[in-house]
Design a protein around this ligand. Structure first.
Ligand code: ADP
Ligand code: MG
Length: 846
């Protein structure tokens, strides 16, 4: 370089010295410097000036843009240089900005459009296309105003404007437009979709409304509720009450608002209400509920169910207390009425002494009313298992109870549950229970779930029934025995009378005397037997006599001795001298005979039987075993053996007529039944003690008679000499010809004259036909076909007052006959059959 001026040194960042005289290559740090130098050479060679632009790089920092024009001037080149850097930089920057804008425009999530001065959209970004749901190409043919509900002013005022943007699907979105002015009348429009915000806003506004609405609703519910309501401050001040509450208490609404809760609640409630309110307002309880006694304006009591709960607006203690008040006065009254009727039911059940049971079948448990348990003597409690219950049932009844129950549970309409059974009492005895019930609940498959019923104690009725059955049995036996005994007595009368006749005819040394004596003895025993039969049937006339018991025992001793077997020992301990009783001695003897006979039968392998008499004084405590007696003095006779003893089962049936464990022909089962009946009639009792293989003892208790009255001992009247017999004529009336004949022979032997009649009518006919005074005595049987002996006697005494009547009989109704006659007509004599000659003559002579 030969010369340099102006800005050259500055441009090249060198001093002039460093530039002038230096080759160009060294001075210009430019790319392709060879090209640059060649350019200069061409200008020189061609002589044509040339302009060039190029950047000069100094390091890497920046470029300096140079414009130069090389002009050849006389073999040298004059180069004019300008610095274009600033200009170029502006250009570059503009280009970059354009590029950035493009990128932003294209990729911005904000919908943007470029708006031309003619009103067309020249460019729209993807976000806008997406927002309106259209393609960019189609958008770029439209005007912005086409999308808006209302035109926007372009150029813009500078303020964002809100418009509704119509989308391709015709829906409208609220948007806010930010419009910016560009050069040459262009505008940039950025669009903010505010629909989401507005929705939010809308929701917010709406929920405000809702809250207001719910408040309104609450208020109307509060005011119009059928139940009473009150709103209280946490401190318990009344903020509001509703009409229902006001009228419940007899106030109008305004008056009610002036009240405090203390004004309307009974003073007794105040403390507990205050505590409850405090608990809820402190948040210790969500709510409280209680029955309260309110006071009506007129002073009457209003029962109220009061529920107080806290009203919270956020977390923490309630802002208000809401009291909900129900008038339960009527309910209270009803439940009191219900309690009354329950009480009535309970009382009714107590009075009837019926128990209730409630059997929950799947649980296998029964619940019983206390009465049921107390009925049996157990402590009353709630329930017990079915097994417990079944275990209480008498073993003999158990299966029947289980079966009946089961059948009812399975087929209730066929098998009603109504059953009587025995159940164990606490005292060890059994009570008869009648249990009636019904299944009251079933599951959907028909399985029984629950059964309810009653229990009644029917023991008393059962005992009565049992006694009645026993009495009926006795009656039947009695009739039978009476019938047999009647015929028997007739036969015996013949036998005894005939043997007596025989004996009188036999010489003292006659070899047949003993035989006849045996017949007489046997007849005597048979006579006792028929008397016993009749006594058992209570048809025999009892001859009550005061006797000394030891004397009777001693008298019967030889008979007892004859009863026992050789290998058996009889011990008689008559140790109660001066112990007197009033009884029929014949029956008493019979009882002893029976007891000893039983003892004999119980000792097949030998042993001892002890008969012993005693006097005892029974005190109330002693009567447990002898409940039929009253305290006092008793004479006892016991028969104790060392035999086989008896099981409990045998002891239970011992006194039943016809109960026997002996083989047929040996036992009749009547012995103890007769004893029982006899002792009972004597106001005594029989005590049995026995156990298997431990022997038995039977003790007869008879009330002691303090002082033996004048002896009415029934020893037959001794035979008196008969002298007047010959002058007397007797009419015998009896339907039994044999008996008539025997009696006739007896009487004739005694010197009487005899006429006979077969029945009452015949007898009357005989009397009518006979001359007056020719018949002195009528001896008639009681039981006859046609009119009875008694009826005959009555007619005779009326029509023939001079004729004496004697009524013979061995059975039914004799007692009544004797009583009736004895009461109305002392003339009639009674003669029990069978009779001896002595007895007969005694009656005739009486
Ligand atoms: P019978 O002697 O005809 O059988 P009872 O009425 O006298 O009739 O007695 C009834 C039953 O009582 C007897 O069959 C016997 O089983 C029982 N019994 C009575 N006394 C005794 C006794 N002393 N020892 C054992 N068993 C007795
Ligand atoms: Mg017997």
């Amino acid at each position: 370089m030969t010369e340099a001026h102006g800005i050259v040194p500055q441009l090249l960042h060198r001093s002039l010295e460093q530039i002038v005289g230096q080759p160009l290559r060294a001075i210009f740090p430019i790319p392709r410097v060879e090209e640059f130098i060649n350019g200069f050479r061409q200008v020189l060679a061609s002589g044509v000036a040339r302009e060039m632009e190029y950047p000069i790089l100094f390091g890497t920092i920046d470029a300096t843009w140079i414009w130069q024009r090389a002009t050849p001037v006389a073999g040298t080149l004059v180069v004019d240089i300008r610095d274009l850097t600033a200009q170029r930089r502006a250009e570059v920057r503009q280009a970059a900005a354009d590029q950035q804008f493009d990128i932003l425009f294209k990729h911005s999530p904000l919908p943007i459009i470029l708006h031309a001065p003619d009103g067309r959209i020249t460019d729209a970004n993807q976000a806008f296309a997406t927002l309106v749901g259209d393609t960019r190409q189609s958008i770029e043919t439209k005007r912005i105003q086409e999308f808006l509900d209302e035109p926007v002013g372009i150029p813009a005022s500078g303020e964002p404007v809100r418009r509704l943007l119509t989308l391709a699907d015709e829906s409208r979105h609220p948007v806010v437009l930010h419009i910016d002015q560009l050069p040459h009348g262009y505008s940039l429009v950025a669009i903010r979709d505010v629909s989401a915000n507005e929705e939010l806003e809308r929701v917010r506004t709406h929920s405000d409304l809702a809250l207001r609405e719910s408040e309104a609703r609450f208020r109307s519910a509060f005011e119009q509720a059928g139940n009473g309501m009150a709103l209280l401050s946490p401190a318990g001040q009344v903020i509001g009450v509703n009409l229902a509450l006001a009228s419940m208490l007899g106030y109008d609404l305004d008056a009610a608002h002036a009240l405090t809760w203390r004004d309307v609640l009974h003073p007794d409630e105040h403390d507990s209400v205050a505590i409850n309110l405090a608990r809820v307002s402190r948040g210790e309880a969500e709510s409280t509920r209680a029955e309260r006694r309110g006071v009506h304006r007129d002073g009457s009591t209003v029962w109220m169910q009061v529920t107080v709960s806290g009203v919270r607006t956020g977390t923490g203690a309630p802002a208000h207390l809401l009291a909900h008040i129900e008038d339960i006065t009527e309910r209270k009254r009803l439940s009191a009425a219900l309690r009354d009727s329950e009480e009535q039911l309970r009382l009714a059940l107590t009075v009837t002494r019926d128990g209730i049971w409630d059997y929950r079948i799947p649980e296998g448990r029964s619940y019983t009313s206390p009465v049921f348990r107390t009925m049996l003597g157990y402590a009353p409690d709630l329930g017990f298992t079915q097994d417990d219950f079944i275990a209480l049932v008498h073993p003999d009844d158990r299966q029947r109870v289980v079966d009946t129950q089961q059948r009812h549970i399975t087929v209730p309409q066929m098998d009603p549950y109504d059953i009587e059974f025995r159940i164990l009492r606490a005292d060890g005895g059994y009570a008869w229970i009648r249990s009636r019930g019904q299944v009251v609940e079933r599951d959907p498959r028909g399985q029984a779930l629950r059964m309810i019923g009653t229990h009644s104690d029917v023991s008393e009725r059962r005992i009565l029934e049992e006694q009645f059955r026993q009495a009926q049995k006795m009656e039947a036996v009695g009739k039978l025995a009476g019938g047999v005994a009647h015929d028997f007595n007739n036969l015996l009368t013949t036998i005894t009378a005939t043997t007596e006749l025989l004996m009188q005819d036999l010489r003292p040394d006659d070899p047949h005397r003993d035989d006849v004596l045996d017949i007489a003895l046997a007849a005597d025993r048979a006579k006792t037997l028929t008397r016993q039969l009749l006594s058992f049937s209570r048809q025999e006339v009892e001859r009550l006599v005061v006797v000394e018991l030891d004397a009777v025992v001693e008298r019967v001793r030889p008979l007892l001795q004859r009863l026992v077997a050789a290998e058996q020992q009889l011990v008689v301990q008559a140790t109660a001298p001066n112990a007197w009783v009033e009884c029929d001695p014949g029956q008493f003897e019979l009882a002893l005979l029976n007891l000893v006979a039983n003892a004999r039968d119980a000792m097949p392998d030998g042993g001892a039987v002890t008969v012993r008499t005693d006097v005892v004084v029974l005190r109330p405590d002693d009567l447990l075993a002898l409940p039929q007696l009253s305290p006092g003095r008793f004479v006892t006779v016991s028969v104790r053996d060392t035999g086989l003893g008896m099981s409990e089962e045998v002891q239970r049936h011992l006194f039943e007529p016809f109960f026997t464990t002996k083989p047929q022909g040996k036992g009749t089962g009547l012995g103890l039944a007769i004893i029982y009946g006899f002792i009972e009639r004597m106001h005594g009792a029989v005590l049995v003690r026995s156990a298997p293989n431990e022997g038995s003892s039977f003790t007869l208790y008879l009330p002691a008679v303090a002082v033996p009255s004048v002896s009415r001992h029934d020893t037959p009247a001794t035979t008196r000499a008969v002298s007047r017999g010959q002058e007397r004529r007797v009419l015998i009336v009896d339907d039994e010809a044999t008996l008539r004949r025997t009696t006739r022979r007896l009487l004739e032997r005694k010197g009487y004259q005899v006429v006979e009649a077969g029945n009452a009518d015949e007898a009357i006919a005989v009397l009518d036909a006979a001359p007056v005074g020719s018949i002195h005595i009528v001896l008639t049987d009681q039981a006859m076909p046609g009119r009875t002996g008694r009826q005959l006697v009555q007619e005779v005494s009326m029509r023939f007052p001079d004729i004496r009547s004697i009524l013979m009989s061995g059975y039914t109704g004799d007692h009544a006959v004797r009583k009736a006659l004895g009461g109305s007509d002392g003339e009639t004599t009674f003669l029990p059959k069978p009779f001896t000659i002595d007895e007969l003559t005694a009656a005739l002579e009486a």
